[in-house]
Design a protein around this ligand. Structure first.
Ligand SMILES: NC(=O)C1=CN([C@@H]2O[C@H](COP(=O)(O)OP(=O)(O)OC[C@H]3O[C@@H](n4cnc5c(N)ncnc54)[C@H](O)[C@@H]3O)[C@@H](O)[C@H]2O)C=CC1
Ligand SMILES: CC(=O)C(=O)O
Ligand SMILES: [Mg+2]
Length: 372
């Protein structure tokens, strides 16, 4: 199969779908790999590094889209990209379709077969292709929040850990999954007073065990949420219902109960965000203020640390990428976890929560792939 990787074009997105090490693996499996010139420049991988790994370098993204049987990317295709996709082609990348009707329509019209990294599953109930970027974004959320809390950046001017004789800042983390765990690690490590809210009691139990009492856990009712959000200096939005638009847990009205200069980092913004007042921002202009509360809502947070993120992402995507390259649609038909990643196939929406969010009929992947 011919596998192609264009340079990412989203704002300040420096990750790359295929690193030279991954290219070498595809080539070892007998595939022809084409890479857009400069695709790895954000992580210091130049064209020669890709040539040494066995790739051919092409001059433009349109060469990649025209000539590839499978396109491997990081971020969801941008408008100028989805118009270049076509029937019979496989797209393997993050998609986040539920909050993005335009992209969904574009993918449906193209006829492409699109696998969303964020809905591929594993045997333990996890999302193995999302998890590494959630680890990165969870850790980064505290760095971003700490920076935004500085007075000159619009925040209320508190230091997360406090100092001897002065109380630390309060951090409320809504959603104790992968993002929530890694945010809590960083916040607790810096000495903040941390509370994690979740709707899963087994998960709260696990977190309580992990932190040995160093963070508080709370079952997420409206009452508990209000209490923690009103008391917080920094709130991290980290909930997820896989594939679906994020539930709006913090309403605009609730902002009036928050401290002036408090900071919200809505990591769940790629699924539409869990604060009613959130809208996606970019690394060039990451924050805005509503009712005295600073909002940080960057939809590609891991793009800020591409050297770490591209390695972690390539580690996680390689296995199924090779399966897709080796077997094409048969790989999806054979593996239920990869089937869970199929969001769009030849003009049909094949993910239930995406179809529900956008008002499409949902067709099971098994039905479109003729799996018995
Ligand atoms: N902005 C960015 O750059 C990035 C965003 N993300 C996003 O971060 C979000 C979280 O991802 P993960 O931590 O990997 O998901 P996860 O599935 O590991 O964790 C989500 C948690 O939310 C909890 N939850 C669901 N509904 C809830 C509710 N009503 N109240 C409280 N908790 C609730 C679940 O029980 C679960 O523990 C996703 O939207 C993901 O796409 C991930 C990486 C980068
Ligand atoms: C998961 C995601 O949206 C990202 O890594 O950018
Ligand atoms: Mg995103």
């Amino acid at each position: 199969m011919r596998v192609g990787c264009p340079k990412e074009i989203k704002n300040h997105e420096y990750r790359v779908g295929l690193m030279p090490g991954a290219v070498r693996e595809y080539v070892a499996h007998g595939h022809d790999v084409i890479i857009e010139t400069g695709a790895g420049s954000g992580i210091g991988a130049d064209d020669d590094a890709y040539r040494a790994a066995g790739a051919r370098i092409v001059a433009s993204a349109s060469d990649i889209f025209q000539k590839s049987d499978m396109v491997v990317k990081v971020k969801e295709p941008q408008p100028g990209e989805w118009t270049q996709l076509r029937d019979g082609q496989i797209l393997y990348t993050y998609l986040h379709l539920a909050p993005d009707p335009e992209q969904t329509r574009g993918l449906l019209e193209s006829g492409v077969t699109a696998i969303a990294y964020e809905t591929v599953t594993d045997d333990r109930g996890g999302l193995p292709l999302l998890a590494p970027m959630s680890e990165v974004a969870g850790r980064l959320s505290i760095q971003a929040g700490a920076t935004a809390l500085q007075k000159a950046n619009g925040g209320r001017g508190v230091l997360l850990g406090g100092v001897p004789g002065v109380l630390p800042a309060k951090v409320a983390i809504i959603g104790g999954g992968v993002v929530g765990l890694h945010a809590a690690r960083m916040a607790a490590g810096l000495g903040a007073d941390v509370a994690i809210l979740d709707r899963s009691i087994p998960r709260l139990r696990q977190l309580d065990d992990l932190f040995g009492g160093r963070v508080h856990t709370r079952y997420s009712t409206i009452d508990a949420l209000e209490e923690e959000v009103f008391a917080a200096d920094l709130v991290i939005g980290a909930v997820l219902i896989p594939g679906a638009a994020a539930p709006k847990l913090v309403t605009r009205e609730m902002l009036s109960g928050m401290k002036k200069g408090a900071v919200i980092v809505d990591v769940a913004i790629d699924q539409g965000g869990c604060f009613e007042t959130s809208h996606a921002t970019t690394h060039s202009d990451p924050t805005f203020e509503v009712d005295g509360v600073v909002h940080y809502c960057v939809a590609n947070m891991p793009g800020a640390v591409p050297v770490t993120s591209a390695h972690a992402l390539n580690n996680a995507t390689l296995h199924y990428g090779l399966q897709l390259a080796d077997k094409g649609l048969k790989a999806i038909a054979e593996d239920r976890h990869l089937r869970a990643g199929l969001n769009v196939h030849r003009g049909r929406v094949t993910n239930g929560p995406v179809a529900d969010a956008l008002g499409y009929e949902s067709v099971a992947p098994e039905a479109v792939l003729n799996v018995a």
